[in-house]
Unconditional design. Structure first.
Lengths: 347, 266
Protein backbone atom coordinates (compact mmCIF):
# COMPACT_ATOMS: atom_id res chain seq x y z
CA UNK A 1 0.00 0.00 0.00
CA UNK A 2 2.58 2.55 1.12
CA UNK A 3 5.08 1.12 -1.35
CA UNK A 4 2.65 1.94 -4.12
CA UNK A 5 2.07 5.33 -2.57
CA UNK A 6 5.81 6.09 -2.57
CA UNK A 7 5.98 4.98 -6.16
CA UNK A 8 3.17 7.36 -7.04
CA UNK A 9 4.95 10.26 -5.40
CA UNK A 10 8.21 9.36 -7.15
CA UNK A 11 6.54 9.23 -10.56
CA UNK A 12 4.77 12.56 -10.01
CA UNK A 13 8.00 14.23 -8.87
CA UNK A 14 9.91 12.88 -11.87
CA UNK A 15 7.16 13.95 -14.26
CA UNK A 16 7.05 17.47 -12.80
CA UNK A 17 10.86 17.73 -13.08
CA UNK A 18 10.78 16.50 -16.67
CA UNK A 19 7.99 18.94 -17.39
CA UNK A 20 9.80 21.95 -15.95
CA UNK A 21 12.95 20.95 -17.83
CA UNK A 22 10.93 20.75 -21.02
CA UNK A 23 9.35 24.14 -20.48
CA UNK A 24 12.76 25.75 -19.91
CA UNK A 25 14.27 23.97 -22.89
CA UNK A 26 11.37 25.01 -25.06
CA UNK A 27 11.71 28.63 -23.95
CA UNK A 28 15.44 28.68 -24.69
CA UNK A 29 15.73 27.00 -28.08
CA UNK A 30 14.33 28.15 -31.40
CA UNK A 31 15.03 30.58 -34.18
CA UNK A 32 16.15 33.10 -31.59
CA UNK A 33 18.24 31.38 -28.96
CA UNK A 34 17.58 32.82 -25.52
CA UNK A 35 19.67 32.33 -22.45
CA UNK A 36 18.00 30.59 -19.51
CA UNK A 37 18.65 33.70 -17.43
CA UNK A 38 16.67 35.79 -19.94
CA UNK A 39 13.73 33.43 -19.53
CA UNK A 40 13.81 33.32 -15.74
CA UNK A 41 14.51 37.07 -15.56
CA UNK A 42 11.52 38.10 -17.65
CA UNK A 43 9.19 35.74 -15.81
CA UNK A 44 10.34 37.16 -12.47
CA UNK A 45 9.94 40.69 -13.81
CA UNK A 46 6.36 39.94 -14.83
CA UNK A 47 5.72 38.97 -11.24
CA UNK A 48 7.13 42.29 -10.09
CA UNK A 49 10.54 40.97 -9.06
CA UNK A 50 13.26 42.97 -10.80
CA UNK A 51 16.54 41.13 -11.20
CA UNK A 52 19.66 41.73 -13.22
CA UNK A 53 18.64 38.69 -15.30
CA UNK A 54 15.71 40.57 -16.82
CA UNK A 55 16.52 40.98 -20.52
CA UNK A 56 17.20 44.59 -21.52
CA UNK A 57 16.46 43.87 -25.17
CA UNK A 58 12.81 44.54 -26.00
CA UNK A 59 12.88 42.11 -28.96
CA UNK A 60 13.77 39.28 -26.61
CA UNK A 61 10.95 40.17 -24.25
CA UNK A 62 8.46 40.43 -27.11
CA UNK A 63 9.59 37.15 -28.68
CA UNK A 64 9.25 35.33 -25.39
CA UNK A 65 5.88 36.73 -24.34
CA UNK A 66 4.16 37.01 -27.71
CA UNK A 67 5.42 33.89 -29.45
CA UNK A 68 7.20 31.41 -27.28
CA UNK A 69 5.33 31.47 -23.98
CA UNK A 70 1.83 31.13 -25.45
CA UNK A 71 3.13 28.29 -27.59
CA UNK A 72 4.57 26.49 -24.58
CA UNK A 73 1.39 27.02 -22.60
CA UNK A 74 -0.64 25.66 -25.52
CA UNK A 75 1.57 22.56 -25.77
CA UNK A 76 1.17 21.88 -22.06
CA UNK A 77 -2.58 22.27 -22.08
CA UNK A 78 -3.25 20.36 -25.28
CA UNK A 79 -1.01 17.49 -24.18
CA UNK A 80 -2.75 17.31 -20.82
CA UNK A 81 -6.23 17.51 -22.37
CA UNK A 82 -5.57 14.78 -24.93
CA UNK A 83 -3.96 12.39 -22.45
CA UNK A 84 -6.79 12.82 -19.94
CA UNK A 85 -9.38 12.42 -22.72
CA UNK A 86 -7.64 9.18 -23.71
CA UNK A 87 -7.66 7.86 -20.15
CA UNK A 88 -11.37 8.66 -19.70
CA UNK A 89 -12.25 7.14 -23.04
CA UNK A 90 -10.40 3.93 -22.19
CA UNK A 91 -12.23 3.83 -18.86
CA UNK A 92 -15.73 4.04 -20.33
CA UNK A 93 -14.95 1.69 -23.22
CA UNK A 94 -13.10 -0.68 -20.88
CA UNK A 95 -10.48 -0.97 -23.59
CA UNK A 96 -6.92 0.38 -23.82
CA UNK A 97 -7.23 0.97 -27.57
CA UNK A 98 -9.83 3.74 -27.33
CA UNK A 99 -8.29 7.14 -28.08
CA UNK A 100 -9.79 10.38 -29.45
CA UNK A 101 -7.59 10.41 -32.57
CA UNK A 102 -7.99 6.74 -33.40
CA UNK A 103 -11.74 6.52 -33.06
CA UNK A 104 -12.46 9.75 -34.92
CA UNK A 105 -13.35 12.20 -32.15
CA UNK A 106 -10.45 14.46 -33.11
CA UNK A 107 -11.46 14.56 -36.76
CA UNK A 108 -15.08 15.21 -35.81
CA UNK A 109 -13.90 18.17 -33.76
CA UNK A 110 -11.61 19.32 -36.58
CA UNK A 111 -14.54 19.23 -38.99
CA UNK A 112 -16.53 21.43 -36.62
CA UNK A 113 -13.61 23.83 -36.28
CA UNK A 114 -13.16 23.97 -40.07
CA UNK A 115 -16.82 24.84 -40.54
CA UNK A 116 -16.30 27.74 -38.14
CA UNK A 117 -13.23 28.91 -40.05
CA UNK A 118 -14.80 28.77 -43.50
CA UNK A 119 -18.12 30.28 -42.50
CA UNK A 120 -16.41 32.83 -40.28
CA UNK A 121 -18.62 31.84 -37.36
CA UNK A 122 -17.69 33.76 -34.27
CA UNK A 123 -19.07 33.95 -30.80
CA UNK A 124 -16.96 36.14 -28.62
CA UNK A 125 -13.78 35.85 -30.71
CA UNK A 126 -11.92 32.58 -30.28
CA UNK A 127 -14.79 30.67 -28.70
CA UNK A 128 -16.71 30.30 -32.00
CA UNK A 129 -14.21 27.80 -33.34
CA UNK A 130 -14.03 26.01 -30.00
CA UNK A 131 -17.81 25.76 -29.82
CA UNK A 132 -18.23 24.15 -33.23
CA UNK A 133 -15.24 21.90 -32.53
CA UNK A 134 -17.06 20.77 -29.39
CA UNK A 135 -20.25 20.07 -31.33
CA UNK A 136 -18.32 18.02 -33.92
CA UNK A 137 -16.36 16.16 -31.24
CA UNK A 138 -19.46 15.41 -29.18
CA UNK A 139 -21.29 14.08 -32.24
CA UNK A 140 -18.38 11.81 -33.11
CA UNK A 141 -18.02 10.52 -29.54
CA UNK A 142 -21.72 9.69 -29.27
CA UNK A 143 -21.63 7.96 -32.64
CA UNK A 144 -18.62 5.83 -31.69
CA UNK A 145 -20.11 5.00 -28.34
CA UNK A 146 -23.45 3.79 -29.63
CA UNK A 147 -21.92 2.00 -32.60
CA UNK A 148 -19.20 0.15 -30.71
CA UNK A 149 -21.09 -0.83 -27.56
CA UNK A 150 -23.41 -3.78 -27.46
CA UNK A 151 -24.69 -5.65 -24.41
CA UNK A 152 -22.52 -3.59 -22.15
CA UNK A 153 -19.22 -4.38 -23.80
CA UNK A 154 -17.04 -2.91 -26.52
CA UNK A 155 -16.32 -4.85 -29.66
CA UNK A 156 -12.77 -3.93 -30.63
CA UNK A 157 -13.44 -4.50 -34.31
CA UNK A 158 -16.53 -2.30 -34.32
CA UNK A 159 -14.70 0.35 -32.32
CA UNK A 160 -11.87 0.61 -34.83
CA UNK A 161 -14.15 0.28 -37.86
CA UNK A 162 -16.35 3.07 -36.53
CA UNK A 163 -13.19 5.14 -36.17
CA UNK A 164 -12.30 4.48 -39.81
CA UNK A 165 -15.78 5.49 -40.96
CA UNK A 166 -15.81 8.68 -38.93
CA UNK A 167 -12.29 9.63 -39.97
CA UNK A 168 -13.24 9.07 -43.62
CA UNK A 169 -16.43 11.09 -43.34
CA UNK A 170 -14.75 13.94 -41.49
CA UNK A 171 -11.91 13.84 -44.05
CA UNK A 172 -14.42 14.24 -46.86
CA UNK A 173 -16.07 17.12 -45.02
CA UNK A 174 -12.71 18.81 -44.54
CA UNK A 175 -11.88 18.30 -48.22
CA UNK A 176 -15.16 19.87 -49.21
CA UNK A 177 -14.52 22.84 -46.95
CA UNK A 178 -11.04 23.17 -48.49
CA UNK A 179 -12.72 23.24 -51.88
CA UNK A 180 -15.23 25.96 -51.05
CA UNK A 181 -13.06 27.99 -48.67
CA UNK A 182 -10.94 31.00 -49.65
CA UNK A 183 -7.16 30.85 -49.70
CA UNK A 184 -6.71 32.02 -46.12
CA UNK A 185 -9.10 29.48 -44.65
CA UNK A 186 -7.62 26.76 -46.85
CA UNK A 187 -4.20 27.36 -45.44
CA UNK A 188 -5.57 27.35 -41.92
CA UNK A 189 -7.39 24.07 -42.51
CA UNK A 190 -4.36 22.36 -44.06
CA UNK A 191 -2.38 23.19 -40.95
CA UNK A 192 -5.19 21.82 -38.86
CA UNK A 193 -5.00 18.41 -40.39
CA UNK A 194 -1.31 18.22 -39.55
CA UNK A 195 -1.53 19.83 -36.15
CA UNK A 196 0.75 22.66 -35.14
CA UNK A 197 1.44 24.84 -32.14
CA UNK A 198 2.62 27.64 -34.41
CA UNK A 199 0.87 30.98 -33.91
CA UNK A 200 -0.81 30.16 -30.59
CA UNK A 201 -2.25 33.30 -29.03
CA UNK A 202 -3.01 34.10 -25.41
CA UNK A 203 -6.78 34.40 -25.90
CA UNK A 204 -6.79 30.90 -27.43
CA UNK A 205 -4.62 29.60 -24.61
CA UNK A 206 -7.19 30.98 -22.14
CA UNK A 207 -10.03 29.02 -23.77
CA UNK A 208 -8.03 25.79 -23.81
CA UNK A 209 -6.93 26.39 -20.20
CA UNK A 210 -10.52 26.66 -18.98
CA UNK A 211 -11.54 23.54 -20.91
CA UNK A 212 -8.55 21.49 -19.75
CA UNK A 213 -8.86 22.43 -16.10
CA UNK A 214 -12.62 21.74 -16.01
CA UNK A 215 -12.33 18.48 -17.95
CA UNK A 216 -9.44 17.18 -15.87
CA UNK A 217 -11.16 18.14 -12.61
CA UNK A 218 -14.31 16.28 -13.71
CA UNK A 219 -12.26 13.23 -14.70
CA UNK A 220 -10.45 13.19 -11.35
CA UNK A 221 -13.77 13.51 -9.54
CA UNK A 222 -15.15 10.50 -11.42
CA UNK A 223 -11.94 8.44 -11.12
CA UNK A 224 -13.18 6.14 -8.34
CA UNK A 225 -16.27 5.28 -10.39
CA UNK A 226 -14.10 4.46 -13.40
CA UNK A 227 -12.31 1.88 -11.23
CA UNK A 228 -15.66 0.24 -10.45
CA UNK A 229 -16.68 0.41 -14.09
CA UNK A 230 -13.79 -1.90 -14.96
CA UNK A 231 -15.72 -4.66 -13.13
CA UNK A 232 -18.35 -4.38 -15.87
CA UNK A 233 -21.41 -2.20 -16.10
CA UNK A 234 -23.78 -4.46 -14.18
CA UNK A 235 -21.39 -4.97 -11.29
CA UNK A 236 -20.57 -1.26 -11.16
CA UNK A 237 -24.31 -0.64 -10.91
CA UNK A 238 -24.59 -3.14 -8.06
CA UNK A 239 -21.89 -1.18 -6.25
CA UNK A 240 -23.95 1.99 -6.44
CA UNK A 241 -22.57 3.60 -9.62
CA UNK A 242 -25.23 5.23 -11.77
CA UNK A 243 -23.77 3.85 -14.95
CA UNK A 244 -25.98 5.67 -17.47
CA UNK A 245 -25.24 9.04 -15.95
CA UNK A 246 -21.54 8.30 -15.62
CA UNK A 247 -21.38 7.39 -19.31
CA UNK A 248 -23.14 10.52 -20.52
CA UNK A 249 -21.05 12.83 -18.32
CA UNK A 250 -17.87 11.07 -19.44
CA UNK A 251 -18.76 11.38 -23.11
CA UNK A 252 -19.22 15.12 -22.62
CA UNK A 253 -15.89 15.31 -20.76
CA UNK A 254 -14.09 13.52 -23.61
CA UNK A 255 -15.72 15.75 -26.21
CA UNK A 256 -14.92 18.94 -24.27
CA UNK A 257 -11.27 18.00 -23.74
CA UNK A 258 -10.70 16.82 -27.30
CA UNK A 259 -12.48 19.80 -28.82
CA UNK A 260 -10.50 22.18 -26.63
CA UNK A 261 -7.29 20.54 -27.77
CA UNK A 262 -8.20 20.33 -31.44
CA UNK A 263 -9.91 23.71 -31.82
CA UNK A 264 -6.73 25.77 -32.14
CA UNK A 265 -3.88 23.40 -32.90
CA UNK A 266 -5.50 20.72 -35.06
CA UNK A 267 -5.35 16.96 -34.93
CA UNK A 268 -2.59 15.55 -32.75
CA UNK A 269 -3.08 11.82 -32.62
CA UNK A 270 -1.90 9.07 -30.26
CA UNK A 271 -1.12 11.22 -27.19
CA UNK A 272 -4.22 9.79 -25.51
CA UNK A 273 -3.09 6.28 -26.39
CA UNK A 274 0.60 6.30 -25.53
CA UNK A 275 0.56 8.30 -22.30
CA UNK A 276 -2.19 6.53 -20.33
CA UNK A 277 -0.70 3.20 -21.38
CA UNK A 278 2.75 4.14 -20.09
CA UNK A 279 1.30 5.45 -16.84
CA UNK A 280 -0.73 2.27 -16.37
CA UNK A 281 2.46 0.25 -16.78
CA UNK A 282 4.24 2.42 -14.19
CA UNK A 283 1.51 2.82 -11.59
CA UNK A 284 -1.18 0.25 -12.24
CA UNK A 285 -4.69 0.89 -13.46
CA UNK A 286 -6.28 2.86 -10.57
CA UNK A 287 -7.81 5.84 -12.33
CA UNK A 288 -7.11 8.69 -9.93
CA UNK A 289 -3.35 8.28 -10.22
CA UNK A 290 -3.67 7.39 -13.88
CA UNK A 291 -5.56 10.57 -14.78
CA UNK A 292 -3.29 12.79 -12.71
CA UNK A 293 -0.06 11.39 -14.13
CA UNK A 294 -1.50 11.23 -17.65
CA UNK A 295 -2.20 14.94 -17.36
CA UNK A 296 1.45 15.63 -16.46
CA UNK A 297 2.83 13.09 -18.92
CA UNK A 298 0.74 14.37 -21.82
CA UNK A 299 1.86 17.93 -21.12
CA UNK A 300 5.51 16.83 -21.02
CA UNK A 301 5.24 14.78 -24.21
CA UNK A 302 3.86 17.67 -26.24
CA UNK A 303 6.31 20.22 -24.86
CA UNK A 304 9.24 18.04 -25.97
CA UNK A 305 7.53 17.17 -29.25
CA UNK A 306 7.08 20.86 -29.92
CA UNK A 307 10.77 21.50 -29.24
CA UNK A 308 11.61 18.79 -31.77
CA UNK A 309 9.08 20.19 -34.26
CA UNK A 310 10.79 23.57 -34.12
CA UNK A 311 14.40 22.42 -34.15
CA UNK A 312 14.66 19.19 -36.17
CA UNK A 313 14.77 21.03 -39.48
CA UNK A 314 16.53 24.37 -39.37
CA UNK A 315 14.33 27.24 -40.39
CA UNK A 316 11.21 25.09 -40.63
CA UNK A 317 8.38 24.37 -38.25
CA UNK A 318 7.39 20.71 -38.60
CA UNK A 319 3.76 19.86 -37.85
CA UNK A 320 3.68 18.40 -34.34
CA UNK A 321 0.90 15.97 -35.31
CA UNK A 322 3.33 14.40 -37.75
CA UNK A 323 5.80 13.75 -34.94
CA UNK A 324 3.30 12.25 -32.50
CA UNK A 325 1.94 10.00 -35.23
CA UNK A 326 5.48 8.87 -36.09
CA UNK A 327 5.90 7.72 -32.49
CA UNK A 328 2.30 6.71 -31.90
CA UNK A 329 1.74 4.66 -35.05
CA UNK A 330 4.24 1.90 -34.25
CA UNK A 331 3.13 1.99 -30.61
CA UNK A 332 -0.44 1.38 -31.75
CA UNK A 333 0.71 -1.67 -33.71
CA UNK A 334 2.37 -2.99 -30.60
CA UNK A 335 -0.80 -2.45 -28.51
CA UNK A 336 -2.94 -4.12 -31.15
CA UNK A 337 -0.68 -7.14 -31.13
CA UNK A 338 -0.59 -7.50 -27.37
CA UNK A 339 -4.36 -6.92 -27.10
CA UNK A 340 -4.90 -9.64 -29.67
CA UNK A 341 -2.68 -12.20 -27.95
CA UNK A 342 -4.27 -11.43 -24.60
CA UNK A 343 -7.87 -11.57 -25.76
CA UNK A 344 -7.11 -14.68 -27.79
CA UNK A 345 -8.57 -13.13 -30.92
CA UNK A 346 -10.83 -10.30 -31.91
CA UNK A 347 -13.33 -10.31 -29.13
CA UNK B 1 -25.60 -8.64 10.27
CA UNK B 2 -26.37 -6.12 12.92
CA UNK B 3 -29.22 -4.42 11.09
CA UNK B 4 -30.74 -7.79 10.17
CA UNK B 5 -31.59 -8.51 13.77
CA UNK B 6 -33.54 -5.27 13.91
CA UNK B 7 -35.51 -6.23 10.81
CA UNK B 8 -39.16 -7.27 11.04
CA UNK B 9 -38.94 -10.99 10.35
CA UNK B 10 -42.36 -11.20 8.70
CA UNK B 11 -41.20 -8.99 5.81
CA UNK B 12 -39.22 -11.06 3.30
CA UNK B 13 -35.74 -9.76 2.50
CA UNK B 14 -36.42 -10.26 -1.17
CA UNK B 15 -39.65 -11.12 -2.91
CA UNK B 16 -40.59 -11.50 -6.56
CA UNK B 17 -44.36 -11.59 -6.98
CA UNK B 18 -45.98 -12.97 -10.13
CA UNK B 19 -43.02 -11.95 -12.27
CA UNK B 20 -43.15 -12.39 -16.05
CA UNK B 21 -40.52 -11.53 -18.65
CA UNK B 22 -40.90 -11.71 -22.40
CA UNK B 23 -38.13 -11.52 -24.93
CA UNK B 24 -39.53 -10.86 -28.37
CA UNK B 25 -42.70 -12.97 -28.20
CA UNK B 26 -41.14 -15.73 -26.18
CA UNK B 27 -41.97 -15.94 -22.48
CA UNK B 28 -38.72 -16.34 -20.53
CA UNK B 29 -40.47 -16.22 -17.18
CA UNK B 30 -44.17 -16.51 -16.51
CA UNK B 31 -45.88 -15.81 -13.23
CA UNK B 32 -43.02 -16.71 -10.91
CA UNK B 33 -43.38 -15.95 -7.22
CA UNK B 34 -40.48 -16.62 -4.84
CA UNK B 35 -39.26 -15.07 -1.65
CA UNK B 36 -36.42 -15.39 0.80
CA UNK B 37 -36.30 -14.37 4.46
CA UNK B 38 -33.34 -13.01 6.39
CA UNK B 39 -31.40 -15.96 7.74
CA UNK B 40 -32.30 -18.19 4.79
CA UNK B 41 -30.56 -19.62 1.74
CA UNK B 42 -32.76 -19.89 -1.35
CA UNK B 43 -31.42 -21.99 -4.24
CA UNK B 44 -32.67 -21.47 -7.79
CA UNK B 45 -32.24 -24.62 -9.85
CA UNK B 46 -33.46 -25.90 -13.20
CA UNK B 47 -32.24 -27.09 -16.59
CA UNK B 48 -30.29 -24.83 -18.98
CA UNK B 49 -32.54 -22.06 -20.29
CA UNK B 50 -35.16 -22.56 -17.55
CA UNK B 51 -34.91 -18.88 -16.58
CA UNK B 52 -32.73 -19.06 -13.45
CA UNK B 53 -30.39 -16.25 -14.43
CA UNK B 54 -33.28 -14.22 -15.82
CA UNK B 55 -35.08 -14.54 -12.50
CA UNK B 56 -31.91 -13.50 -10.70
CA UNK B 57 -31.48 -10.45 -12.95
CA UNK B 58 -35.12 -9.50 -12.29
CA UNK B 59 -34.41 -9.80 -8.56
CA UNK B 60 -31.38 -7.51 -8.94
CA UNK B 61 -33.27 -5.04 -11.10
CA UNK B 62 -30.88 -5.44 -14.04
CA UNK B 63 -33.81 -6.64 -16.09
CA UNK B 64 -37.22 -5.05 -15.76
CA UNK B 65 -40.08 -7.49 -15.31
CA UNK B 66 -42.82 -7.10 -17.91
CA UNK B 67 -45.29 -7.95 -15.17
CA UNK B 68 -45.15 -8.39 -11.43
CA UNK B 69 -43.11 -6.66 -8.80
CA UNK B 70 -39.88 -7.11 -6.92
CA UNK B 71 -39.48 -5.94 -3.35
CA UNK B 72 -36.40 -5.55 -1.21
CA UNK B 73 -37.21 -5.48 2.51
CA UNK B 74 -40.83 -4.74 1.66
CA UNK B 75 -40.00 -1.76 -0.54
CA UNK B 76 -40.40 -1.79 -4.33
CA UNK B 77 -37.01 -2.14 -6.01
CA UNK B 78 -37.58 0.98 -8.13
CA UNK B 79 -37.99 3.10 -4.99
CA UNK B 80 -34.57 2.24 -3.68
CA UNK B 81 -31.82 4.84 -3.91
CA UNK B 82 -28.77 3.51 -5.78
CA UNK B 83 -26.36 3.91 -2.89
CA UNK B 84 -28.74 2.53 -0.24
CA UNK B 85 -29.39 -0.54 -2.36
CA UNK B 86 -25.64 -1.15 -2.74
CA UNK B 87 -25.31 -1.09 1.04
CA UNK B 88 -28.20 -3.52 1.43
CA UNK B 89 -27.57 -6.00 -1.33
CA UNK B 90 -24.55 -7.47 -3.14
CA UNK B 91 -24.59 -9.39 -6.42
CA UNK B 92 -22.18 -11.86 -7.97
CA UNK B 93 -22.78 -12.09 -11.73
CA UNK B 94 -21.61 -14.90 -13.99
CA UNK B 95 -19.16 -12.76 -15.94
CA UNK B 96 -16.16 -12.14 -13.74
CA UNK B 97 -14.08 -9.97 -16.03
CA UNK B 98 -12.03 -6.92 -15.10
CA UNK B 99 -10.97 -4.64 -17.97
CA UNK B 100 -7.67 -3.46 -16.54
CA UNK B 101 -4.93 -5.29 -14.60
CA UNK B 102 -6.12 -4.43 -11.09
CA UNK B 103 -4.66 -6.57 -8.32
CA UNK B 104 -6.82 -9.08 -6.47
CA UNK B 105 -6.75 -6.89 -3.39
CA UNK B 106 -7.84 -3.83 -5.41
CA UNK B 107 -10.75 -5.77 -6.85
CA UNK B 108 -11.92 -7.01 -3.46
CA UNK B 109 -11.53 -3.51 -2.00
CA UNK B 110 -13.90 -2.22 -4.70
CA UNK B 111 -16.61 -4.08 -2.80
CA UNK B 112 -16.18 -1.45 -0.11
CA UNK B 113 -17.06 1.42 -2.46
CA UNK B 114 -20.70 1.77 -1.27
CA UNK B 115 -19.46 2.45 2.29
CA UNK B 116 -17.07 5.23 1.27
CA UNK B 117 -17.43 8.33 3.41
CA UNK B 118 -19.42 6.52 6.10
CA UNK B 119 -18.37 5.37 9.57
CA UNK B 120 -18.36 1.75 8.32
CA UNK B 121 -15.46 2.68 6.00
CA UNK B 122 -13.18 2.36 9.04
CA UNK B 123 -13.71 -1.37 8.74
CA UNK B 124 -12.56 -1.51 5.10
CA UNK B 125 -9.22 -3.20 5.73
CA UNK B 126 -10.73 -5.77 8.10
CA UNK B 127 -13.58 -6.54 5.72
CA UNK B 128 -11.22 -7.00 2.77
CA UNK B 129 -8.83 -9.22 4.74
CA UNK B 130 -11.70 -11.34 6.08
CA UNK B 131 -13.20 -11.76 2.60
CA UNK B 132 -9.83 -12.72 1.10
CA UNK B 133 -9.34 -15.32 3.82
CA UNK B 134 -12.88 -16.73 3.66
CA UNK B 135 -12.61 -17.43 -0.07
CA UNK B 136 -9.07 -18.80 0.20
CA UNK B 137 -7.50 -16.19 -2.10
CA UNK B 138 -5.35 -14.26 0.41
CA UNK B 139 -2.23 -15.75 -1.17
CA UNK B 140 -3.25 -14.18 -4.51
CA UNK B 141 -3.62 -10.63 -3.08
CA UNK B 142 -0.91 -9.03 -5.18
CA UNK B 143 -1.62 -10.98 -8.37
CA UNK B 144 -3.21 -9.17 -11.29
CA UNK B 145 -6.84 -10.24 -11.69
CA UNK B 146 -6.78 -10.93 -15.47
CA UNK B 147 -3.90 -13.39 -14.93
CA UNK B 148 -5.95 -15.68 -12.67
CA UNK B 149 -7.61 -18.96 -13.63
CA UNK B 150 -11.40 -19.15 -14.02
CA UNK B 151 -11.95 -20.66 -10.59
CA UNK B 152 -9.65 -18.15 -8.91
CA UNK B 153 -11.47 -15.28 -10.62
CA UNK B 154 -14.78 -16.64 -9.36
CA UNK B 155 -13.49 -16.84 -5.79
CA UNK B 156 -11.98 -13.35 -5.89
CA UNK B 157 -15.27 -11.98 -7.23
CA UNK B 158 -17.07 -13.73 -4.39
CA UNK B 159 -14.61 -12.13 -1.98
CA UNK B 160 -15.57 -8.74 -3.45
CA UNK B 161 -19.24 -9.52 -2.80
CA UNK B 162 -18.50 -10.58 0.80
CA UNK B 163 -16.42 -7.45 1.41
CA UNK B 164 -19.50 -5.41 0.55
CA UNK B 165 -21.01 -6.71 3.83
CA UNK B 166 -24.66 -6.54 2.87
CA UNK B 167 -27.72 -8.19 4.41
CA UNK B 168 -28.82 -9.63 1.09
CA UNK B 169 -26.49 -11.58 -1.19
CA UNK B 170 -27.34 -12.87 -4.67
CA UNK B 171 -24.95 -15.32 -6.32
CA UNK B 172 -25.29 -16.44 -9.94
CA UNK B 173 -23.64 -19.85 -10.29
CA UNK B 174 -20.82 -19.16 -7.81
CA UNK B 175 -19.67 -22.79 -7.91
CA UNK B 176 -19.62 -23.25 -11.69
CA UNK B 177 -15.85 -23.07 -12.20
CA UNK B 178 -14.81 -24.48 -8.83
CA UNK B 179 -13.25 -27.72 -7.69
CA UNK B 180 -14.98 -29.99 -5.18
CA UNK B 181 -13.45 -28.46 -2.09
CA UNK B 182 -14.05 -24.86 -3.12
CA UNK B 183 -17.65 -25.66 -4.09
CA UNK B 184 -18.26 -26.84 -0.57
CA UNK B 185 -16.37 -23.84 0.83
CA UNK B 186 -18.52 -21.41 -1.13
CA UNK B 187 -21.78 -23.02 -0.06
CA UNK B 188 -20.45 -23.13 3.48
CA UNK B 189 -19.89 -19.38 3.27
CA UNK B 190 -23.45 -18.90 1.98
CA UNK B 191 -24.76 -21.00 4.90
CA UNK B 192 -22.63 -19.04 7.36
CA UNK B 193 -23.87 -15.67 5.99
CA UNK B 194 -27.43 -16.88 6.44
CA UNK B 195 -26.71 -17.91 10.06
CA UNK B 196 -25.47 -14.37 10.61
CA UNK B 197 -28.87 -13.07 9.49
CA UNK B 198 -28.35 -12.50 5.78
CA UNK B 199 -30.70 -13.56 3.02
CA UNK B 200 -28.83 -15.50 0.34
CA UNK B 201 -30.11 -16.36 -3.14
CA UNK B 202 -27.93 -18.70 -5.14
CA UNK B 203 -28.29 -20.09 -8.65
CA UNK B 204 -26.95 -23.65 -8.77
CA UNK B 205 -26.68 -26.59 -11.15
CA UNK B 206 -25.66 -29.21 -8.63
CA UNK B 207 -28.90 -30.49 -7.08
CA UNK B 208 -27.18 -32.33 -4.25
CA UNK B 209 -25.31 -29.16 -3.33
CA UNK B 210 -28.58 -27.23 -3.35
CA UNK B 211 -30.29 -29.87 -1.23
CA UNK B 212 -27.46 -29.90 1.29
CA UNK B 213 -27.13 -26.17 1.85
CA UNK B 214 -30.42 -24.43 0.95
CA UNK B 215 -33.35 -23.77 3.26
CA UNK B 216 -35.66 -23.57 0.31
CA UNK B 217 -35.35 -24.49 -3.35
CA UNK B 218 -37.15 -23.03 -6.35
CA UNK B 219 -37.15 -25.35 -9.36
CA UNK B 220 -37.69 -23.55 -12.64
CA UNK B 221 -38.83 -25.30 -15.79
CA UNK B 222 -39.36 -23.48 -19.07
CA UNK B 223 -39.80 -20.14 -17.33
CA UNK B 224 -42.37 -21.47 -14.87
CA UNK B 225 -42.00 -22.34 -11.23
CA UNK B 226 -42.22 -26.14 -11.08
CA UNK B 227 -41.80 -26.29 -7.31
CA UNK B 228 -40.85 -24.05 -4.42
CA UNK B 229 -40.30 -25.31 -0.91
CA UNK B 230 -37.95 -27.06 1.52
CA UNK B 231 -35.47 -29.48 -0.11
CA UNK B 232 -37.06 -32.67 1.23
CA UNK B 233 -40.42 -31.66 -0.28
CA UNK B 234 -39.32 -30.53 -3.72
CA UNK B 235 -36.47 -32.95 -4.39
CA UNK B 236 -38.57 -35.88 -5.56
CA UNK B 237 -37.57 -38.31 -8.28
CA UNK B 238 -40.85 -37.80 -10.24
CA UNK B 239 -40.57 -34.02 -10.32
CA UNK B 240 -36.88 -33.97 -11.24
CA UNK B 241 -37.43 -36.57 -13.96
CA UNK B 242 -40.19 -34.47 -15.44
CA UNK B 243 -38.18 -31.23 -15.28
CA UNK B 244 -34.79 -32.54 -16.41
CA UNK B 245 -36.02 -35.27 -18.76
CA UNK B 246 -33.77 -37.90 -17.22
CA UNK B 247 -34.41 -40.64 -14.71
CA UNK B 248 -32.90 -39.82 -11.29
CA UNK B 249 -32.66 -41.47 -7.92
CA UNK B 250 -32.98 -39.46 -4.73
CA UNK B 251 -30.85 -41.10 -2.05
CA UNK B 252 -30.54 -40.29 1.59
CA UNK B 253 -27.01 -39.40 2.58
CA UNK B 254 -26.53 -41.73 5.56
CA UNK B 255 -24.17 -39.25 7.26
CA UNK B 256 -25.39 -35.76 6.42
CA UNK B 257 -29.09 -36.59 6.16
CA UNK B 258 -29.77 -34.37 3.15
CA UNK B 259 -30.96 -35.92 -0.13
CA UNK B 260 -28.39 -36.80 -2.78
CA UNK B 261 -29.56 -36.74 -6.39
CA UNK B 262 -27.90 -39.04 -8.92
CA UNK B 263 -28.96 -39.83 -12.48
CA UNK B 264 -29.92 -43.42 -13.21
CA UNK B 265 -26.97 -44.72 -15.25
CA UNK B 266 -27.28 -47.90 -17.23
Amino acid sequence: MSRLHRRHVAVVVILVAVLIGGVLLSAVVGQLTMSPTDVVGTVLQSMGIHTSWAPADDVTVQALWQIRFPRIAMSLLVGAALAVAGAVMQAIFGNPLAEPGVVGVSSGAALGAAVAIVTGFTLGGATGIALLAFVGGLGATLLVYFMARSNGRTEVVTLLLTGIAINAFAGAGLAMLLFVGDTASREQIVFWQLGTMNGSRWNEVAVVAVVTVLGTAAALYLAKQYDLLSLGERTAGHLGVRVERLRIVSIVVVAVLTAGAVAFVGIIAFVGLVIPHLMRMLLGPAHRGLILTSCLGGAALLVYSDVLARTLVTGADLPIGLLTSLIGGPFFFYLLRSARTKAGGWA
Amino acid sequence: MSSASRMDTSVPALRAADVSVELGHKAILSGVTVEVQHGEVLALVGPNGAGKSTLLSVLTGDRAAGQGRVQVDGEDLAHWHHGDLARRRAVLTQENQVSFPFTVRDVVAMGRAPWQGRPEADGDEVAVDAALAATDVAHLSERSFPSLSGGEKARVSLARVLAQQTDIVLLDEPTAALDLRHQEDVMGIARERASAGCAVVVVLHDLSLAAAYADSIAILDGGELAAFGVPSDVMTAELLERVYGIAVRVLDDPVGGSPVIVPVRR
